[in-house]
Design a protein around this ligand. Structure first.
Ligand SMILES: [Zn+2]
Length: 348
């Protein structure tokens, strides 16, 4: 080997060692590529050393100079590739450690749940379903005929007063239903007896205080067949109250008046707060009113074309919201409709 080549080899070996030290220090791919460009790139120090040597070399030595340089360039390239792969592997390991710590506790998602009114409506419906009642539904915007006339509510009845009823503007014949009773009419108009339906749903009245809301939920029951008596009504209501509130609850039917039942009765049950002992809520009586009921008036049967000589039936209506308030001891009906999750969350 000529002195020139020897000198070049010394120089290249020295650069190679420097390169090895530098790439070991490179912590990122960017730093690594820069080190490689500085040494092994086309304008890097290795190629510059080659150029220097070639400048003064006779032709006979040029091949050896090229070979010496290429060997070092190849070695440097190989080390660069290995280090590059090593860096990628380190990066991947760090990623795995960062994103998949299997010892971390899982994140809990907040699950939705049913509103207390929905819970109570489903429970009431299920109790009556076991007695053979099927769910019937009707529109919330009703005709005057279904909401009033067919239920024998005369034109001068207080329930028709503008104070109580929401009328649909520009449609004197349409109202927001004031009770679920029009579903009775729709059911009877759509088929012959026997009938056994339960109709839950929202109703609307111009009422607004802690125990009344302009929109509230009722559940209506109707049973029509041959030989249905007042005793069947009381038995059905008693069964329901004892299933829903507890076996020690009693039902009392108090004479009353509704245009569409005859005879009519208010439904009272043992006070849910004192269980009949007498307290402030029930004004010391031990009873609280939960709805209205009665035997279907023959006048209603006439409107739907049922033979009142052959068939009798009972009907009742109760407030679902009121049931929920009694069940959960809620004293303001508005809490039910405010949509405050802190309230609703308590009824999972
Ligand atoms: Zn009481």
């Amino acid at each position: 080997m000529s002195a020139r080549c020897y000198e070049l080899k010394q120089k290249l070996d020295s650069l190679h060692r420097e390169f090895t030290q530098e790439i070991a220090k490179a912590a990122t791919e960017q730093q690594l590529r820069k080190v490689f460009a500085d040494y092994g790139g086309s304008a890097g120090s290795i190629r510059l050393a080659q150029k220097d040597a070639l400048r003064s070399a006779p032709n006979a030595e040029k091949k050896s100079i090229g070979q010496l340089t290429n060997e070092v360039v190849q070695a440097v390239e190989a080390e660069f590739e290995r280090r590059l792969a090593g860096l990628a592997e380190e990066e991947r390991k760090r990623d795995l450690e960062r994103t998949a710590d299997v010892t971390l506790p899982g994140r809990k998602r907040v699950l939705g749940h049913l509103h207390p009114i929905t819970l109570v409506r489903r429970e009431i419906t299920a109790i009556f379903a076991q007695l053979g009642f099927v769910v019937a539904e009707g529109p919330q915007i009703e005709t005057d005929f279904h909401n009033f006339e067919a239920l024998a509510i005369p034109k001068d009845h207080p329930a028709r007063d503008m104070q109580d009823t929401f009328y649909v503007e520009g449609h004197e014949d349409l109202v927001l239903r004031t009770h679920t009773s029009p579903v009775q009419i729709r059911t009877m108009l759509s088929g012959a007896p026997p009938v056994r339906v339960i109709a839950p749903g929202p109703v609307y009245r111009k009422d607004d205080d802690p125990t009344h809301s302009p929109m509230f939920n009722q559940i209506e029951g109707l049973c029509v067949d041959q030989g249905i008596t007042f005793a069947d009504l009381k038995g059905t209501l008693l069964h329901f109250v004892q299933r829903f509130f507890g076996a020690d609850f009693q039902v009392r039917l108090r004479p009353s008046f509704f245009p569409f039942t005859e005879p009519s009765a208010e439904i009272d049950m043992s006070c849910a707060f004192c269980r009949g002992q007498g307290c402030r809520t029930c004004k010391g009586t031990g009873w609280m009113e939960i709805g209205g009921s009665g035997m279907v008036d023959p006048e209603v049967f006439r409107h739907v074309g049922y033979d009142s000589e052959k068939y009798t039936g009972f009907a009742f209506g109760m407030g679902i919201d009121r049931m929920a308030m009694l069940r959960y001891r809620i004293n303001d009906i508005k809490l039910m409709f405010d949509g405050d999750v802190r309230f609703v969350r308590q009824f999972r």
